[in-house]
Design a protein around this ligand. Sequence first.
Ligand SMILES: [Zn+2]
Length: 384
Amino acid sequence: MARTEYLSKATHAQTRAHNAALVLRALYDLGPISRADVARLTGLTRTSVGELVADLERDGLAQDVGRGPSTGGKQPTLVALKDDARTVITLDLGERTFTAALANLRGELTTKRTGELEGRDGHQAVQLVHELIDDVRREATSPLLGIGVGTPGVVDADGTIRWAVNLDWQDLPLARILEERHGLPAVVANDSRAAALATYLFGGDERPQNLVVIKVGRGVGAGIILRDQLFGGDGDGAGEIGHVVVDPDGIECHCGRFGCLETVASVPAVVRAAGTASFGELVDRTTAGDDRVLPVVLAAGRAIGAAIAGLTGALDVRHITIVGSATALGDPWFSAIRDEAGRRSLGPLARDTRIIDGGTGEDVTLLGACALLLTRELGLTVHR
Ligand SMILES: [Zn+2]
């Protein structure tokens, strides 16, 4: 085959895949919708749209769902995505427990299973991942699209976990291991980045183009969406704010340095500094306005607020959502965050920045892992 012919074939295939993804995305975001509107919104011809929708219907991903209002001629047929047409296996690798679930194309979760990590070494932890996948997979009622995984730690774009605290994992190519063992596409990403994508994809009708989601729980991390894409940076470490040193005279962090944001603002750090028996007790005493714990809670909030000011100053992103167990600290904590972010930012930026309580989000990592896989695989290859 001549080079030009080869290139032209490759380009044609890429164009078709790109167009198919455009149509699918239009159905996903805007369906039920007429083919004419899909053509208008995507800039594709009506013939192309007709063919691509026919492909999706043949694959069982889309279906006609009745007629829409007439705009002069006859009423157009509306087409919509079938939300239950595919199943995603989604996993949240927490620091104490692993959870697996099944999700449909809208991130609706079913068949949740949890396994305790206690006493397992790194190898046994990988075995637990396999067991959970095998366990939920049996319950799938539609073709599997793949496996999405959210994990704490630093993860490469190819799904290699560079470093995960508490899991004894270093340079573990988890995505490849899962693809080989389970015969499905797999994507693995940091849990904060997964949370950002969940907020973006499943967060409701208003979908900001730029968004920062900060997850504050056992760790502290951010996920950054820029122009509708998860931003990774040069080494897929974008958003690793938890290990930026905020107090050079502070206490030692598990990463080996002193005074990282996590040593001041993570849930274990705040509980330790406040001297309460549990996080629940800290929340109760904070809510009651107890002067013995409030200064610690407010200092933690201010540290998060300072980190936000750094992010908004660099990126000019005005939608900030905070998720994770720490959000249970409520108004005093959020006020400290907002005040400090505002105090440290340029006036107009501070005025327009919205810092939203995204809730404790028990399922946010599961949803995020699902969103990761959906956004990568929305070419929607079928694996049975
Ligand atoms: Zn650290």
